[in-house]
Write a protein that binds this ligand. Sequence first.
Ligand code: NAP
Length: 291
Amino acid sequence: MHKKYTIAVIGLGLIGGSILKAFSSKDFYLIGVSRSLDTVNKALNLNIVNECSTDINIVKSADIVFICAPISKIIYTIDQISKIVSQDCIVTDVASLKEFVIDHVNGYDSPLNFVGGHPMAGTEQQGIDYAAANLFNGAKWVLTPSKWSKSDSIEKLKDLINLIGGSPIIADANEHDKAAALISHTTLFISQVLFSLVNSYPEKNIKELALRLAASGFRDTTRLAGTNSELAKDMIISNKQNVIKTTYEFKNHLEIMLNNLNSNEIEFTNLIEKLAKNRRKMYSSDGKNIY
Ligand code: NAP
């Protein structure tokens, strides 16, 4: 019988695999669960788990469970977990949206020691092959408590997140989804629109030349358009109301800047100088958010 603090991770993709990789250099007993046997075998071969299976029941003895399945599978997985783990077990998730998760758990008749989570780290890649132990270094990690969250469990979760390089931030689930629409989901949507603008440009010669000339500027502003489509669709559609509202706000800003460009070049120049200054202050030279 193992006595070490036991961490279980369900859904061994980019995020789940990275959590396990990060904890595997520390002194924990690690359990992994994934949908496919192929991924389970990869986790075992990578030596990032003590036990791994496609059977979710192996998390029964866990002290904490990280649910890292796709957004569309989160509720189903929390429901399954709630029937398996002890009342002391801390259950958290990493879904990019928080309100629907917290609302669901708050609706339970009996307690589940659940704290919602969302690490603000990732890449456009998908799957365990792209998992990295340092993915969460310097990354903010949002925690959205549920009505069942025990305060000492929130503290324990914060400690674990700190241990793998993350920086926990407590937020309200509804406000998280609005903020995530602003800096993540609408940004993804606009990146897709920007790529589509060039990719379907009506003048064929110009389009071909532009695609051939495109360098780091276009690469950086359209990077999110390459996000794995399962995650992209889940994030934008599940947060549709906030994304639509934010996109209308974007259109207002576009109008203002377009009007300035058209009729007031001095104002336009002042505006972009101020924007550039604020944008430069937001990130360190190694790309970390220092706001
Ligand atoms: P991913 O690389 O596609 O990994 C998802 C994994 O979940 C897959 O490896 C898949 O396993 C497994 N899975 C699918 N259905 C499952 C089920 N019913 N039970 C157990 N495992 C299941 O996706 P990801 O990018 O890691 O995203 C996972 C979660 O992280 C999502 O909720 C997303 O919102 C959140 N998130 C993602 C990012 C990001 O940038 N990618 C950032 C922050 C948060 P198999 O390989 O075995 O099929």
